[in-house]
Ligand binder design. Structure first.
Ligand code: BV8
Length: 239
């Protein structure tokens, strides 16, 4: 039995890199995973940035180019339709690629920041934009280096963002985890709050994860197909 989204009132889609895999955005782990080709300690952490900001920007401008060519898929359309047609639907994502927003989702909480936002490493000023590559690597205000506004390993997550995610997940009646390997903390433990709140939990992932036991339903297939299977009764845009 596949739970149907339209049977629920307060739905949280908890997404990871597997949600964007069919859009062409590489995942982090598993087959073709980004970290298999790039050592995040050289290209995607504060120490690397302090040591070699240009090198980190080369990597992140490469990612902007790669992700900039990707488009949302039918699974993203299901999430947008659910947000528009059910009473309260939000997305809590670990992804930094902006695919949910590009598809039309408006209630998106980005736990790990965004590839499309920068923060001045000196004055903290932030700026969003889709220019790829980033034209000027220095803050217009103080001349400091722009840093990708991404939560790298070893960075603390933004407190207000975590609080918002905790509140959404604790109050939902359905949590659908899509495409996450559930190995990065503190994000990986958030779905436990939905279970504590009495929600129904669905895991969409072709593979099992260390958190699979928490879920009531396991849809072992790709995000687009499994989300479509949960979308009976929702009006979807033409494919
Ligand atoms: C922090 C940035 C306080 C973005 C990322 C020891 C034990 C426990 C924790 C720790 C520890 N040592 C250190 C820590 C903390 C560390 C951590 O969790 N490490 C883990 C790896 C052990 N966490 C942190 O550092 C966090 N900060 O805790 O601060 C602190 C400070 C210092 C020391 C201690 C604590 C910050 C975490 C954020 C890190 N940022 N990336 C970027 O550069 O791109 S991590 C990266 O992994 C992404 O952010 C991503 O969001 C995250 C999770 O990955 P997933 O999204 O799950 O993707 P993944 O590729 O892993 O899996 C894809 C899944 O999709 C697979 O399951 C696959 O089967 C599935 N799939 C594939 N295709 C499809 C599909 N599913 C559906 N459809 C398909 N078609």
């Amino acid at each position: 039995m596949i739970p149907q989204l339209a049977q629920f009132e307060r739905v949280v889609f908890f997404t990871g890199a597997g949600m964007s895999a069919e859009s062409g955005v590489p995942t982090y782990r598993g087959q073709g995973g980004l970290w298999k080709h790039y050592d995040y300690e050289r290209y995607a952490c504060q120490t690397a940035f302090d040591r070699d900001p240009e090198g980190v920007w080369d990597f992140h401008n490469y990612r902007r180019e790669l992700v900039g060519a990707c488009r949302p898929h039918r699974g993203h359309d299901v999430i947008v339709a659910a947000e528009q047609q059910l009473s309260r639907v939000t997305v809590v994502t670990q992804n930094i690629d902006g695919m949910h927003q590009l598809a039309g989702s408006t209630g998106v909480t980005e736990l790990h920041g965004s590839l499309w936002r920068v923060r001045c490493d000196r004055c903290g000023e932030t700026q969003s934009g889709y220019d790829s590559p980033l034209a000027d690597l220095h803050c217009g205000g103080c001349g400091g280096w722009w840093r990708p506004d991404i939560v790298w390993f070893g960075d603390m997550l933004n407190e207000a963002v975590v609080q918002s995610a905790v509140s959404q997940i604790s109050q939902c009646d359905l949590l659908v985890a899509v495409g996450t390997s559930a190995v990065v903390y503190p994000a990986a433990q958030l779905p436990q709050l939905a279970a504590k709140g009495g929600a129904v939990l669905v895991e969409i992932n072709p593979e099992p994860t260390p958190m699979s036991a928490l879920y009531h339903h396991h849809l072992r297939g790709p995000a687009s197909e499994m989300l479509l299977a949960m979308a009976e009764g929702l009006a979807l845009p033409p494919a």
